[in-house]
Design a protein around this ligand. Structure first.
Ligand code: HMG
Ligand code: MG
Length: 302
């Protein structure tokens, strides 16, 4: 176990992971307002949208319009998901400067999510990884199903390590390890991170927990104790993948920030502003926030 990090960078994924999983199509203006509000909270990385096939994710078919509509704040990066060269070109046409490519450690999940094997998915985005450096575009990578798959069940650790190492070797500056269906527990999360960190530098790793079974904060803490210092989360606890049966929201950013700041780990984020943004978003979505911290702040105000 190494010392806890002094600071953590939160990668806010609500506008992408959150809104891709909404049944209703959210108006582009609401998405733009969400990202602009998030930009004012001190977050440094805000995933904005996805340039995937609109037939597969109609919720984010307005990616170009949303990206073009946001007010880009200096010091904040706005990565977007890109599955292939077509997505890359759409993203570049509106001035995207950072992208994230994505695959999984499970063949079965990749088939459902991106209609490809792991190797085929990497072949699809390999040309993107070749082009990006010349365009000055930074590339993040995601590995999904690192602690279990909704279709194949167990995912061998060796498969997670193998895919994470390939993404890093292909040029991803950071690899985010996703518990897509929120099935992991702290000891498993720790073992998974240790295994990956034996092959990919810890400074190039991030963790991405969905909170389906209420384990996400505990899993994050276990990974912080292993030395990870980048955590993905979604304001108001939105999120999930339409092609991952049984997946619910990401861990709520408000809850992660509350835990970190309470442990004297700096995030640079204004928690009251983040809570307000999450409450605003849940009002737009017409339901209660999943953030426990936001709910506690509401009852304290009542
Ligand atoms: P496919 O159907 O196999 O692709 O989909 P294709 O190449 O045969 O193309 C089919 C049609 O899609 C064609 O149009 C293409 O032009 C179009 P048509 O000729 O039929 O009119 N197309 C596109 N259009 C716009 N932008 C593009 C694009 N690519 C093809 N980029 C594909 C393959 C990968 C495209 C599809 O499966 C797809 O887009 N999947 C996305 C699924 C997705 O976004 N899932 C959620 C994100 S992953 C996630 O949430 C997990 C994460 O949070 C981490 C975790 O929690 O673990 C990151
Ligand atoms: Mg996710």
């Amino acid at each position: 176990m190494s010392a806890l990090p002094g600071s953590v960078r939160i990668v806010e994924v609500g506008a992408r992971d959150g809104l891709q999983n909404e049944k209703a199509i959210i108006p582009s203006a609401t998405k733009i307002e969400l990202i602009d509000r998030l930009s004012a909270t001190g977050l440094r990385t805000i995933e904005a949208t996805s340039f995937v096939s609109p037939q597969w994710i109609p919720q984010l078919a307005d990616a170009a319009e949303v990206y073009a509509g946001i007010t880009r704040r200096p010091g904040v990066t706005y990565p977007v998901l890109v599955p292939n060269l077509q997505g890359y070109e759409r993203a570049r046409a509106v001035g995207v400067e950072e992208i994230a490519v994505f695959t999984a450690a499970s063949e079965a999940f990749n088939r459902k999510n991106i209609n490809a094997s792991i190797d085929e998915s990497i072949e699809r985005f390999a040309p993107v990884l070749e082009r990006a450096p010349a365009d000055g575009v930074k590339v993040r990578g995601y590995v999904s199903t690192v602690l279990g798959c909704p279709y194949q069940g167990e995912v061998p650790l060796g498969d997670v390590v193998h895919v994470a190492r390939r993404l890093h070797e292909l040029g991803c500056y950071e690899v985010s390890l996703g518990d897509t269906i929120g099935i992991g527990t702290p000891a498993k999360a720790r073992a998974m991170l240790r295994a990956v960190a034996a092959e990919v530098p810890l400074s190039a790793l991030a963790v991405h927990f969905h909170d389906t079974r209420g384990q996400a904060l505990a899993n994050i803490l276990a990974c912080l104790e292993e030395g990870v210092a980048v955590v993905d989360s979604a304001v108001s606890g939105t999120g999930g993948c339409p092609y991952a049966r049984g997946a619910t929201g990401n861990v709520a950013s408000e809850d992660v920030v509350y835990m970190l700041e309470g442990m004297d780990i700096a995030t640079g984020i204004d928690l009251p502003a983040l809570i307000e943004t999450g409450l605003w978003l849940s009002a737009q979505l017409g339901r209660e926030t999943s953030s426990r911290v936001a709910r506690a702040s509401q009852s304290a105000d009542a």
